[in-house]
Design a protein around this ligand. Structure first.
Ligand code: NAP
Length: 281
């Protein structure tokens, strides 16, 4: 059987360390604070924001939520971000996606001050990641890299296949893996023969949002499987993009869903808020 990469346990350990760092900051009169902006009433986003708020509470990070109507104008959203940029009591700003299609999310991300951009989506921080410079790494890729580190998985020379090329997961992951000297292949919905790219890979990271899409016949014996997907099955149960039960029989390491990448994403967001609070003081 493979090693199960327990993201829940690892995330808890990270949050415990962050709590100590947060207490130390407070002793120096620095009170780390995260501002989250949510536009509209997306149900999944409401859960994600609630989980982020709970994690902040646990660590001692102050949490400020800005709920905006789905009909808000772009100008109002930008004005709010600019106001939060200027507010010295706020160290991290996060715009929860998705936002309504009529709004320009790229302009919004660009407006978030780079030094408060704890999600790492401002083009300045994206560029720094490409240049392998110190930056805010986007939380999901960062969480995955932390898992590799915690389990002594060295990516040097490994063939890594990433499935999915979103701006928040797939694309930054490419840079993270390259920065760790992996040989990276990126697949997406237009890839001609996906299996060709997964069955020879040492590591497969899948982030597409399709329940149990990766099956045992698509992977190499003893490969490392990271499942980013979060899907709901017909009974409302959370499932990943990997057919865990069967793929686990062939993998050397595998992340479960739930309890894998998800908790790590939130832990790394907390990490970035503490980092921002340190940097800004
Ligand atoms: P996204 O924006 O929904 O994009 C999906 C990506 O998958 C696209 O690049 C798409 O290709 C590709 N794709 C779709 N069908 C495919 C197929 N049949 N074969 C190959 N590639 C295919 O992606 P996302 O926002 O990164 O989310 C992906 C999944 O991860 C979702 O389930 C989401 O809920 C989950 N997620 C989890 C976390 C976490 O913390 N665990 C964080 C973020 C996201 P094209 O570009 O060609 O359309």
């Amino acid at each position: 059987m493979p090693v199960i990469i327990d993201g829940k346990k690892l995330a808890k350990e990270i949050r415990e360390k962050l709590k100590i760092e947060c207490d130390e900051l407070k002793e120096r009169q620095i009170k780390p604070k995260l501002a989250v902006i949510m536009v509209g009433n997306d149900k999944a986003s409401q859960i994600y924001v609630r989980n982020k708020s709970k994690a902040c509470d646990e660590i001692g990070i102050a949490f400020e939520e800005h709920l905006l109507s789905e009909y808000i104008k772009q100008e109002k959203l930008i004005n709010l971000i600019e106001k939060l940029n200027k507010d010295d009591s706020i160290h991290g700003i996060l715009l929860q996606s998705p936002i309504p299609r009529n709004l320009d999310i790229n302009e919004a991300f660009k407006t978030i001050a780079a030094e408060k951009d704890v999600d790492g989506f401002n083009p300045i921080n994206v560029g720094k990641l490409c240049l392998n410079q110190n930056t805010f790494m986007p939380c999901t890729p960062y969480g995955i890299m932390k898992m590799f580190e915690a389990f002594d998985i060295d990516l040097t020379g490994k063939d890594v296949t990433i499935i999915g090329r979103s701006n928040i997961v797939g694309k930054p992951l490419v840079q993270c893996c390259l920065n760790k000297n992996a040989t990276v292949t990126v697949c997406h919905s237009k890839t001609k023969d996906l299996k060709e790219h997964t069955k020879n890979a040492d590591v497969v990271i899948v982030a597409i949002g399709k329940s149990k899409f990766i099956t045992a016949d698509m992977i190499k014996q003893d490969s490392i499987i990271i499942d980013v997907g979060m899907n709901r099955d017909e009974n409302g149960k959370l499932t990943g993009d990997v057919d865990f039960e069967n793929v686990a029989k062939k993998a050397s390491y595998i992340t479960p869903v739930p309890g894998g990448v998800g908790p790590m994403t939130i832990a790394m967001l907390m990490n970035n808020v503490i980092k921002a609070a340190k940097n800004l003081n």
